[in-house]
Design a protein around this ligand. Structure first.
Ligand SMILES: [Zn+2]
Ligand SMILES: [Zn+2]
Length: 233
């Protein structure tokens, strides 16, 4: 076996989004450039863009929403599908980089925040073998030197995948009370008093974030920045 063989395992020779040949990495320069067009954060209640993070529409929204790109972007969607449905773990790397790039440009100080991935149910975990949001959150947290708290929030109920429900009201109903934030195993690590960056791959109706934020808030979390790689609304 030669070195090239190992290199091809570590780095696919093609861009994961468009298939262009690559010397290294997982995403070509062109896809990287077109994938993260958003330059603002958004209102956690109505998803309106908030230039300069000034909240005029809903100043008391329970969380700030962040989304690096648009789900209609073909390259971004291809990467998310590769990770989630094609089970290609290596797609988490460019997706995390998209989030990192987006956050680095926001006028926001992320120091003092803990990173929490949106959990998936045990059934979904068995099916997929990993939590795609946790893979993205891991790389994101490492980059910013932020503590990663994968067990701070748990998914207590397994229901139909949100992506299988077209109706917005039904999505809200489907996700209600699915999450719980608890101190885990006497470790003293809990949501109380913490600022949290909650990470998910895609946000559609905002119902998942709203329910997870509700659980974290009732456990005493302070500022919450709900951050998705792509926004579909
Ligand atoms: Zn490409
Ligand atoms: Zn608003």
């Amino acid at each position: 076996m030669n070195a090239g063989f190992f290199m091809n395992i570590l780095f696919p020779a093609e861009c994961l989004a468009c298939g262009a040949p690559l010397a290294r990495g997982t995403l070509c320069g062109t896809c990287r450039m077109c994938i993260a067009p958003h330059r603002t954060a958004f209102c956690g209640t109505c998803a309106a863009p908030l230039p300069g993070l000034r909240s005029i529409c809903h100043p008391h929204a329970p969380h700030l929403l962040g989304a690096a790109g648009d789900y209609r972007n073909a390259a971004l969607r291809t990467l998310i599908h590769a990770l989630k449905f094609g089970r290609m773990r290596c797609a988490a790397e460019p997706l995390a980089d998209v989030l990192i790039h987006y956050c680095a440009r926001l006028p926001m100080d992320l120091r003092g925040f803990s990173v929490v991935p949106v959990p998936i149910s045990r059934e979904r975990m068995r099916e997929r073998g990993f939590n795609q949001s946790a893979l993205i959150a891991e790389r994101f947290a490492r980059f910013f030197g932020a503590p990663l708290r994968t067990k701070l929030l748990s998914r207590t109920v397994h229901r139909t995948a949100q992506s299988d429900i077209p109706d917005r009201d039904e999505r809200r109903e489907n996700i209600r009370d699915c999450y719980a934030a608890k101190e885990f195993a006497g470790s003293g690590i809990c949501a109380a008093g913490r600022n949290i960056i909650l990470i998910d791959d895609v946000t559609t109706s905002g119902a998942t974030f709203a329910d997870a934020v509700r659980a974290l808030r009732s456990a005493g979390a302070r500022k919450i920045f709900a951050l998705a790689v792509a926004k579909a609304r």
